[in-house]
Write a protein that binds this ligand. Structure first.
Ligand SMILES: Cc1cc2nc3c(=O)[nH]c(=O)nc-3n(C[C@H](O)[C@H](O)[C@H](O)COP(=O)(O)OP(=O)(O)OC[C@H]3O[C@@H](n4cnc5c(N)ncnc54)[C@H](O)[C@@H]3O)c2cc1C
Length: 325
């Protein structure tokens, strides 16, 4: 590990100033940053520890919705009664991440901005496309856990479990930098490898993610997050789905379905959403919608199995959200 300066930033403004130096890297909970330091993937000249108290708050208001500071921990998010009640998919997603010890430290912002788990990207000896090389080693290599869609340039899957639920719940994200704050739909915050190979989002090096804002759910809204891993204990997902349904009785008035661990960005299953509108949700309707979610999959040599898993996960999540499981 290289020697670096350690700066504690007690406010967003201090963090933005400290990030203005070339070679500066922000740390929140430090779970992913520490891994990358030890793996030799990053060698910052300055590590900026984000310790702004204003980013630790979680506020829920019936009219305004949910406001989540970037430094809220996953444990606090999972346990919050309002999140459990009104944004169940988000609480479930937070509770599905890693282990209780990690969730006590890991933050909302850090979870969304953690770097991909692709073992070629994570290995210092592989100079893959994401690191400026010419080859995506996963495309013809060990691609069991890689993308089954959008994998033509780089086959990472987006690593954030929270992102799947937050996009499905219609979250907006606010960033702050030297040019002031900007707010955008979280769905548009993530960028595909075709748009940006080096990063996974539009955050600039001197910007800080400050807050997520979720609109209040409409009457009759129910949401579910379903994560399928290789095992029940800690690990990233093989397939995950967040399903948000607005129901009148058992008839679907609005559907939002987002898939994680499928592609380099969270994927909205638009065809599946459209198929649920105006329908009474039963196992047959859910199965058809789930099939539509994987219809355009382009699996690689060793991850074809993920297609069936996604189909099952989506069908189960729809049925559970509809109260029909
Ligand atoms: C065994 C294990 C299992 C795991 N399983 C899962 C899983 O199933 N699902 C899942 O989603 N994750 C999983 N993780 C990953 C873990 O959840 C993330 O590493 C963690 O959430 C990162 O949060 P952090 O606060 O520690 O971020 P940090 O490590 O501090 O930061 C991560 C990145 O985000 C940037 N960053 C952080 N906060 C901000 C901010 N406010 N503004 C701008 N940039 C910022 C940092 O510069 C850094 O690049 C697992 C990790 C382990 C070790």
């Amino acid at each position: 590990m290289n020697r670096f300066e350690y700066v504690r930033a007690g406010s967003v403004a201090e963090a933005v100033t400290a990030l203005g130096e070339p070679g500066a890297l922000l740390k929140a909970g430090g779970i992913d940053v520490l891994d990358r330091l030890k793996e030799g993937l990053v060698a910052p000249r300055r590590l900026v520890s984000l310790e702004a108290p204003e980013l630790r708050t979680l506020r829920d208001d019936a009219r305004d919705g949910l406001r989540l500071g970037a430094l809220v921990t996953l444990a606090a998010l999972e346990a919050h009664p309002a999140v459990r009640g009104r944004y169940a998919a988000l609480s479930q997603a937070a509770g599905h991440v890693a282990t209780p010890q990690i969730r006590n430290v890991a933050t909302v912002g850090g979870n969304l901005l953690q770097r991909p788990r692709c073992w070629y990207f994570r290995h210092a000896d592989f100079h893959c496309r994401k690191k400026g090389g010419a080859t995506c080693y996963a495309q013809h290599g060990e691609n069991q856990l890689h993308a089954i869609w959008g994998n033509g340039t780089c086959a990472i899957v987006h690593p954030s479990t929270l992102a799947t639920a937050l996009v499905a719940l219609g979250a907006k994200v606010t960033l702050s930098g030297p040019r002031g704050p900007r707010t955008m739909a979280l769905e548009g915050f993530f960028s595909t490898p075709e748009h940006s190979l080096a990063g996974e989002n539009v955050l600039a090096a001197d910007e800080v993610l400050m807050e997520l804002h979720l609109p209040p759910p409409a009457v009759g809204t129910r949401s579910v997050h379903w994560k399928q891993g290789e095992r029940e204990s800690f690990d990233w997902a093989i397939a995950e789905a967040a399903v948000v349904l607005e129901l009148a009785g058992r008839t679907c008035k609005r559907a939002s379905i987002v898939l994680g661990a499928m592609a380099p960005v969270p994927v909205r299953a638009k065809a599946s959403e459209a198929m649920l509108l105006g329908k009474v949700i039963d196992p047959e309707v859910a199965a058809l919608a789930a099939r539509a979610a994987v219809a355009k999959a382009t699996p690689l040599d060793k991850n074809r199995y993920k297609v069936q898993i996604f189909e099952t996960v989506v069908a189960r999540a729809i049925l559970r959200a509809a109260g029909a499981a």
